[in-house]
Write a protein that binds this ligand. Structure first.
Ligand SMILES: *Cc1c(COP(=O)(O)O)cnc(C)c1O
Length: 373
């Protein structure tokens, strides 16, 4: 912690999620070691990107893979790739699309996320389908025109029941020769998602390197077809086009490869069990405290099949509101960041917690509630 101390920056116990604003995730020593190793020599960066991509493709049962600088950059580069292919004249024009270029991207209106700015920055117009009552396959098919560059899905299992199912959408996409791309940035666990979408027939699936994978925070992973990955590299750094500001270092490339290896080697069942154990622990801690109830919340905020601890407070009885609790956790020492749950609850996410931090959160919560009584 020496560097943060020197800079006067407080470290935060993250019981919230793999949030970018808190630093994403913590890299395991294997990833850090790989990055340090990579940092010691010059290499041909294009060649390294290719080799790392081959290795990650093999590990994730995909045809091809590419390391981007985050999943948002992956959205931008994928969109660019769908528009330009390997056409240098089109690549030069981005983000100013002319009439010879595809200029529309189809998304579901329900579940639109802010990340679609990363798609729009290529100059395309989003064409929305469906609403909060659902979307029909016809709506998808009718939205496809000769201008359609791609169909994007922003994966979230909690919302997907209102969308055209992947299998059906992929059949329609293939019929019209339009790529279907799944933004699965936060969809790990389960690890199988690294190949599930592409095996269903999606052309590309995108992941954040700095969330579930525990890779470098500024890395992202694209897996999918060889031809699209080639078109992504064509638009990507170090080429001086739309992707030039999305530079990926040799350390991030090698670090992400190490992270994929590390992630696939984890005992995911045991990890799930450790989240269940946390719920059991918090239930025991608060069982005798009046006005506090502990529940198992499932799935996670991003819809991952992963349980969290939900603690509900009787604000009147305890004389403290949810926001006061969150505020005291955030400004206390150590600083603790967890999510709110409804008007009177909080959620503790095990995915980003270290073992000793579980108890620290319990003690701080008890302290905050105790001070109030
Ligand atoms: C986090 C996230 C992103 C952005 O990922 P970065 O790796 O931070 O660039 C994009 N899409 C979704 C759905 C996300 O959850």
């Amino acid at each position: 912690m020496a560097i943060y101390k020197r800079l006067g920056i407080r470290t935060v116990i993250n019981g919230n999620a793999t949030l970018t604003r808190l630093g994403g995730s913590i890299m395991p020593p294997e990833v850090v070691a790989a990055m340090v190793d990579a940092s010691k020599h010059f290499v041909d960066i294009i060649e390294l990107q290719k080799r790392v991509g081959e290795e990650i493709a093999k590990l994730t049962h995909n045809e091809a893979a590419y390391v981007s600088c985050g999943a948002a950059a992956a959205l931008t580069l994928s969109t660019a790739a769908c528009i330009t292919g390997l056409d240098a004249v089109k690549r030069e024009k981005l983000p100013h699309l002319d009439e010879t270029m595809k200029s529309e991207v189809i998304v579901h209106r329900h579940g639109r996320v802010g990340y679609d700015f990363a798609v729009r920055q290529v100059g395309v117009r989003l064409v929305e389908i469906g609403d909060e009552n659902g979307t029909t396959a016809d709506e998808l098919e009718n939205a496809i025109t000769e201008k359609t560059a791609a169909i994007f899905y922003f994966a979230n299992p909690s919302r997907e029941h209102l969308w055209v199912p992947y299998e059906q959408a992929i059949t329609i996409a293939k019929k019209h020769d339009v790529p279907l791309i799944v933004d699965a940035a936060a969809q790990l666990p389960p690890p199988e998602n690294l190949w599930r979408f592409t095996q269903l027939g999606a052309d590309l699936a995108l992941f954040s390197g700095g969330k579930g994978l525990h890779g470098p925070q500024s890395s992202g992973l694209i897996v999918g077809t060889k031809s699209l990955i080639e078109a992504i590299a064509f638009n990507g750094p170090p080429n001086p086009f739309i992707g030039r500001g999305m530079k990926v270092g040799k350390e991030e490339m090698v670090g992400l490869l190490a992270a994929v290896e590390w992630y696939l080697n984890q005992d995911h069942e045991q990890l799930q069990q450790s989240y269940e154990d946390q719920i059991t622990y918090y239930t025991a801690v608060f069982k005798d405290i009046q006005g506090v109830t502990v529940h198992r919340s499932f799935p996670s905020e991003a819809g991952q099949p992963m349980p969290r601890t939900e603690i509900q407070f009787d604000a009147e009885r305890l004389g403290i509101t949810r926001d006061e609790i969150l505020q005291q956790l955030q400004t206390g020492d150590p600083a603790i960041d967890i999510a709110g749950a409804g008007a009177n609850g909080v959620l503790i996410n095990g995915q980003t917690l270290m073992l000793e931090e579980i108890e620290i959160i319990a003690n701080r919560l008890k302290e905050i509630l105790g001070n109030k009584k």
